[in-house]
Design a protein around this ligand. Structure first.
Ligand SMILES: Cc1cc2nc3c(=O)[nH]c(=O)nc-3n(C[C@H](O)[C@H](O)[C@H](O)COP(=O)(O)OP(=O)(O)OC[C@H]3O[C@@H](n4cnc5c(N)ncnc54)[C@H](O)[C@@H]3O)c2cc1C
Length: 618
């Protein structure tokens, strides 16, 4: 039973089993972050900082220039925010320049550009308007083109990619009223038609971005269970659905704190006949497809975060130079200057992370699932802090709408709108909590492979003994190698001023691996429930990855004649090291248990008296 007395629709074990079944279990390509959690710094995977492919840059240049012109001419972001509509002539203009098919191969009528060029385009749009970003990004990051490119048959690609490249808007429909972070509870169902040539789709999808205007959807639905080892196993399957088909209905357009121009809706499917050939990949692979799609799909958000940060920096630079209080520009007062310095350093790192992961994705022979998850989680968190600081530095004007500022004849900096538009980035495409859990699961994967049977209460005594021998042999070599290592001078000397930071990353990755192991020994199977402990370890890994990206990028820029980049990376690393040290201090010495208990007391109503004196709306 839940606290409200309603039984959970899916047990915790069932939810975990479904998520485990959808996990990508193989690590066939190198992963910088997986090795970082394993205590090995493989700097050559991210250094030298990858360079964009010259052919791709040349091909992208006219498109990005056309996009910039179009945005200048046709996008009034505040009007989009006020009216809730991205203007039709802008949408048409975007279609005309190929902005709906940026990554779709030329043979299907797309621009055939790289992930990096795609996120650069998204960054340009994000620097102006969250609603327009949602339109392009929901279509290309998670909508039909991504999964179709990876998992579609040649016939499916031939049928749909040319339409999508021309601007048939698409959307991704996973969430339902009872399905948020945990997809195991999916209730939308697809049953085989009696003739066997189609699937009959019934159900309702919530918060489908582009859903109210889309022509094409990728829909995740439950299909009949399969029996595996005598047990029924839930199957989730993905389908391409055309919204013009009978039985597809937009029931509601949702309205949110921000992203006012985004077309986000509730969609209902009533006996929708989906032809058999519209099943994507394989029956039962829908959740895995959604997760793999999100691996690269969630890379637009980190660049949006970097673009928002740059916009804030530009706003603050102007404001803090011109606003005079107490006899000096506010940027000269130490408290404000401290924030500005950190903003600049963080903006540099945000862009380094977003660019680096996209370039690694373009290289194709890296496993970037952890890097992408960190980029999404860390960039969203850091940029949110940066936006909050921007509001603070702008004072009352940071809280005032553009319409009101304009009416008073002031510079219409859209800080209030940026904040409203940005907040959702910590929730969708994998909430911060779910990203932490995802990264933590992969971070402990090596230990689970070696010693998982030891801590799994469902494992037999015989298997436990075998696991004990296996673990003893593995850790006898592994553990000392994570203690002893040379991270002093002259290692990483090529990073010059930044070398001490890279050495810090190296020795801290070993400490991270050891601490993760200690946590497993200390908590055993209960570690899964100690989310705060796991989250701290993940936060350390994220900081180390951001430091690596920042150092690598700064070094590349220094060589290109921009030595000032080193100052940004240096300051960023100093702050990141402080955060890492703070986190380590509280991994085991904390008030987690006490806090958890108090939270449960709150949920049971023991402190309901605290809510006294309120006027609660009837
Ligand atoms: C504007 C907007 C656009 C969206 N667009 C789309 C879209 O295009 N397609 C689509 O399918 N979905 C979309 N979504 C849905 C979005 O992905 C979900 O909101 C997100 O997955 C979180 O689900 P939820 O809101 O139901 O939160 P819940 O799952 O109910 O979670 C509530 C809180 O609990 C936390 N939580 C949940 N489980 C755990 C756990 N095990 N451990 C720790 N913490 C936990 C969550 O992180 C969150 O903080 C959109 C949502 C919004 C608001």
């Amino acid at each position: 039973m839940t606290a409200t007395g309603t039984p959970p629709r899916v047990s915790a074990q069932e939810a975990r089993d479904v998520a485990e079944a959808a996990r990508e279990t193989e690590w066939t390509s190198p992963s910088f972050v997986a090795e970082l959690f394993n205590g090995r710094l493989l700097m050559d995977l991210v250094h030298p900082y990858p360079a964009p492919a010259p052919a791709d840059e040349a091909a992208a240049q006219p498109f990005l220039a056309a996009l910039e012109r179009l945005l200048h001419e046709k996008l009034d972001a505040d009007k989009v925010d006020r009216t809730g509509k991205v203007p039709p002539d802008l949408v048409q203009g975007l279609k005309d320049i190929g902005a709906f098919g940026i990554k779709i191969a030329k043979e299907y009528g797309g621009l055939g550009l790289s992930q990096l060029s795609y996120v650069r385009a998204i960054g340009m749009v994000s620097s102006l308007c969250g609603g327009t970003t949602a339109l392009l990004s929901a279509h290309q990051s998670i909508g039909v083109p991504g999964p179709l490119k990876h998992f579609g048959t040649p016939e499916q690609k031939q049928r749909y990619l040319p339409r999508l490249a021309k601007g048939a808007i698409s959307a991704f429909a996973l969430t339902e009223p009872n399905v948020g972070s945990d997809p195991a509870a999916i209730e939308t169902r697809a049953e085989r038609s009696p003739e066997g040539d189609a699937w009959i789709l019934n159900g309702e999808k919530l918060w489908c971005t582009n859903g109210t205007i889309a022509e094409l959807l990728v829909v995740m639905a439950r299909t009949p269970d399969k029996v595996v080892k005598g047990k029924a196993r839930k199957q989730i399957t993905a389908f391409i659905v055309e919204t013009s088909w009978p039985g597809v209905e937009v029931v509601h357009r949702c309205d949110f704190m921000g992203l006012k121009g985004a077309e986000i809706g509730v969609l209902r499917f009533t006996n929708v006949r989906v032809p058999r050939e519209n099943l994507l990949w394989q029956e039962g692979k829908g959740l895995k497809l959604a997760l793999i799609t999100l691996n690269t799909g969630r890379l637009s958000l980190p660049m949006s975060a970097a673009a928002s940060a740059k916009r804030c920096l530009e706003i603050v630079r102007h404001w803090a130079n011109t606003r005079v209080q107490w006899g000096a520009p506010v940027g000269k007062h130490d408290a404000v200057a401290q924030l500005i310095g950190q903003m600049a350093a963080n903006t540099f790192a945000l862009e380094a992370v977003a660019e680096l992961v996209s370039m690694l994705a373009d290289k194709g022979h890296y496993d970037i699932r952890l890097e992408a998850a960190i980029a999404k989680m860390w960039n969203a968190e850091r940029a949110w802090q940066l936006i909050d600081d921007t509001v603070q530095i702008k004072g009352g004007r940071g809280y005032e709408t553009v319409a009101s500022l304009t009416a008073r004849g002031e510079r219409p900096d859209p800080v209030e709108r940026i904040m409203r538009d940005f907040r959702i980035n910590l929730i969708f495409e994998g909430s911060g909590e779910i990203m932490h859990l995802f990264i933590a699961r992969e971070a402990v994967d090596r230990h689970l492979t070696v010693a998982g049977d030891l801590i799994d209460p469902r494992t037999s005594a015989g298997k436990k003994v075998a696991a004990l021998f296996r673990a003893a042999a593995f850790y006898a070599a592994w553990y000392p190698s994570r203690y002893f290592g040379w991270s002093g001078w002259p290692r990483y000397a090529e990073f010059a001023k930044l070398a001490p930071h890279v050495r810090f990353i190296e020795r801290t990755s070993r400490k991270l691996a050891r601490t993760t192991f200690h946590a497993m020994v200390r908590f055993g199977p209960k570690l899964e429930k100690r989310q705060s402990v796991l989250f701290r370890l993940v936060d350390v890994g994220a900081e180390l990855f951001a430091m690596s990206a920042a150092c690598s990028r700064a070094e590349a820029l220094r060589k290109q004649g921009k030595p000032e980049a080193v100052e940004l990376a240096d300051l960023f690393c100093r702050y990141a090291r402080g955060r890492v040290r703070d986190v380590f201090r509280t991994v085991f010495a904390n008030d987690d248990v006490r806090t958890y208990r108090l939270a449960q007391d709150v949920l049971q109503g023991r402190h309901a008296w605290l809510e006294g004196g309120l006027v609660v709306p009837k």
